[in-house]
Design a protein around this ligand. Structure first.
Ligand code: 3HC
Length: 593
């Protein structure tokens, strides 16, 4: 029988502490909330009021429930008010000196069977626990922001934690409607250890002016279905907290990918801490507001100052999944489309697939019969490259092999009318290699679509050092007309999405390899803690482990970052032919399900 925690203290009522108090009180637990002074308590009350108001607006709570919830939270500035709490959770700033001093004080004031918990996300729990007289009754309870919304709580134990205490707090986590994952004491636990390398990488990408903050965030939202882009998420977490977490992770891992990006330090020093201070990487309508308002860095007007070339006819080369999707999208948007296949059977195959996809849209009421017929009438298949001669834009979507692509661009150079824009959908090869295979490198550009092209909104637009501005403008206009969200980035491995996503996936494999957490725990932590549509292992099984490995190798070759060396386990699985869903087995076994 688990010990009941009917009265719980929360020390530190910032974003996280107030959120934790709200979750506990919502489930009938009496909460004693402590802050340093009255202004801090006022801020906490404001936080509770706006969060619960949001819940009412969204139909998650009634006014009466909010009144009862707030009635269960008493607040004050004196730690002695915690004396009859069975559990005290601290959520004060992420600094060892601050947390250790508080734990010493709590240890002195509270009965010896009171359980002490810390919301730290990276500091050593073992150090905090052994600094008290009750190390076996100290645990980590790591919540995710916003605590009332995110389902995950990491329950952290040390080598001296009493297993029954872990069980008891685990039962509390379940009783307040959250799902606990048990983790050992390692900087970042499961979710942050994977998340923060990715977030830091995004700041470095932004800092290097490789892409704008808006484009980096849009890329991860529209390309991966994340609820927020990494830079907006950093503003939500708080740039000061992020900085401290990265510092601690770096101190433990000595992996310089965890060394906080210098830009992060600059924001923190300047007091631009994110949403909570009204300004961080973005500017907000006010302190603690989630509404982004324009600032000096907000892009005004079009990203390129050039007149697009007129496009009425688009050529597509290839018959794979990407090519077929692109053909459908372009034809649906009113363009005449000519596609080139390597044989008549493939021409027929593409037509059949597009017909099937349009039929489904009609059945679902998303398309009328007339639009279906008009779309199909705009598509012509051919086996001759010559038939693409008068296309205004050609999109190449053939196999990801540089020799093949270079030969194709050489052939297009011979065939295409002057002024035609030549685009490659490569996701990992240098676009400049395609450009220099022609005598018109100014007309060549990268246009990286996402699979399935009919659904995913993102297109990465990649000018090389030789691409003419009007060529970029042309591609941006095509994106607008096909209702895609373009992001602009330079011609380097992985562009935005793959460069940020794959090192994170590779890190997940390394965590598994280190036996720190299971596949299910890691996938669960990332979906429930960060709102990702899929956990890293589920995603790799869909993408294909061979594709994952190839992309990770390309990134490693380009950036020579030791921490990005492909995980040996990934190499072994690929060698064994366990490539993911497509072979029935990858990280998980699909054949047996
Ligand atoms: N109580 C209960 N539910 C609430 C609520 C409350 N107080 N406030 C909002 N909700 C619900 C809403 O009803 C809505 O639910 P629905 O989808 O079922 O309708 C849901 O929460 C989302 O709320 P909103 O619609 O108001 O807001 P958005 O759709 O804009 O989502 C977001 C906001 C939840 C922040 C989302 O963008 C998200 O999930 N972002 C990722 C957050 C993330 O990654 N957090 C982890 C960061 S790492 C961390 O915290 C660890 C630390 O150590 C740094």
């Amino acid at each position: 029988m688990a010990r009941e925690f009917s009265k719980v203290g929360v020390v530190g009522l910032g974003t996280m502490g107030a959120g934790i108090a709200e979750v506990l009180a919502r489930s009938g637990v009496d909460v004693v909330g402590i802050e340093v002074d009255e202004p801090a308590l006022d801020r906490a009350r404001g936080h509770l009021a706006s969060s619960t108001a949001r819940a009412v607006k969204k139909g998650k709570l009634t006014e009466d429930e909010v009144t009862a919830l707030l009635g269960r939270i008493s607040t004050g500035t004196d730690l002695s008010a915690l004396s009859d709490c069975q559990l005290v959770i601290e959520a004060v700033p992420e600094r060892m000196d601050v947390k250790a001093a508080l734990f010493a004080e709590l240890d002195r004031l509270l009965p010896e069977d009171t359980v002490l918990a810390t919301n730290t996300s990276a500091l050593s729990l073992t150090e905090l626990a052994t600094g008290t007289s009750r190390p076996s009754r100290v645990v980590g309870l790591h919540w995710f922001n916003p605590a009332p919304v995110m389902d995950l709580v990491e329950v952290v134990r040390t080598v001296v934690t009493d297993p029954s205490v872990v069980e008891d707090v685990g039962a509390l986590v379940a009783a307040v409607g959250k799902t606990g994952v048990i983790a050992g004491d390692r900087a970042g636990f499961i979710a942050n250890a994977l998340l923060f390398g990715y977030l830091n990488n995004a700041v470095k990408m932004y800092e290097s002016k490789y892409a704008s903050r808006e484009d980096i965030d849009a890329a991860m939202r529209f390309g991966c279905g994340h609820p927020m882009g990494p830079l907006a998420l950093l503003d939500l977490i708080g740039l000061d907290s992020a900085y401290e977490i990265l510092e601690t992770m770096y101190a433990q891992s000595r992996d310089h990918r965890h060394a906080p990006a210098p830009l992060l330090k600059q924001y923190v020093t300047a007091g631009l801490l994110g949403r909570k201070s009204g300004r961080g990487i973005y500017t907000y309508a006010g302190d603690s507001s989630s509404e982004v308002v324009p600032d000096a860095l907000t892009p005004a007007g079009s990203a390129v100052d050039a007149t697009p070339r007129a496009v009425t006819k688009i050529g597509v080369i290839g018959t794979g999944t990407m090519a077929t999707g692109i053909i459908e999208v372009c034809a649906k948007s009113g363009y005449e489309v000519v596609f080139r296949a390597r044989g008549e059977d493939k021409v027929a195959g593409v037509r059949k697939k597009v017909e099937g996809s349009l039929d489904k849209a009609v059945q679902r009421g998303k398309l009328t019969e007339d639009v279906r017929a008009e779309t199909l009438a705009r598509i012509t298949g051919t086996t001759e490259l010559d038939d693409l001669r008068d296309c205004d834009l050609v999109i190449e979507a053939v196999v990801e092999d540089l020799a093949v692509k270079k030969a194709l661009f050489g052939a297009l150079d011979d065939v295409m009318k002057p002024g035609s824009v030549l685009a490659t959908t490569t996701s990992s090869l240098p676009v400049i290699e395609c450009a220099t295979a022609t005598s018109r490198p100014q007309d060549v550009v990268g246009m990286h679509w996402f699979n399935p092209a009919t659904v995913m909104k993102l297109v990465e637009v990649v000018p090389t050092v030789t691409t003419a501005p009007e060529v970029v403008a042309t591609v941006l206009e095509i994106c607008a007309k096909t209702k895609k969200h373009p992001v602009l980035c330079g011609d380097r491995a992985g562009f935005i999405v793959n460069a940020l996503l794959f090192p994170y996936l590779n890190d997940a494999v390394k965590m598994l390899e280190a036996h720190y957490a299971t596949i299910d725990d890691i996938d669960f932590a990332m979906t429930k803690g960060c709102g990702h549509p899929m956990g890293p292992f589920a995603l790799m099984d869909v993408v294909g482990l061979d594709v994952t490995l190839a992309i990770q190798r390309t990134l490693f070759d380009e950036f020579r970052e030791p921490g990005d060396a492909p995980a040996p386990m990934l190499e072994h699985l690929v060698k064994a032919g366990y490539l993911g869903r497509k072979t029935g087995r990858g990280f998980r076994d699909y054949a047996k399900r």
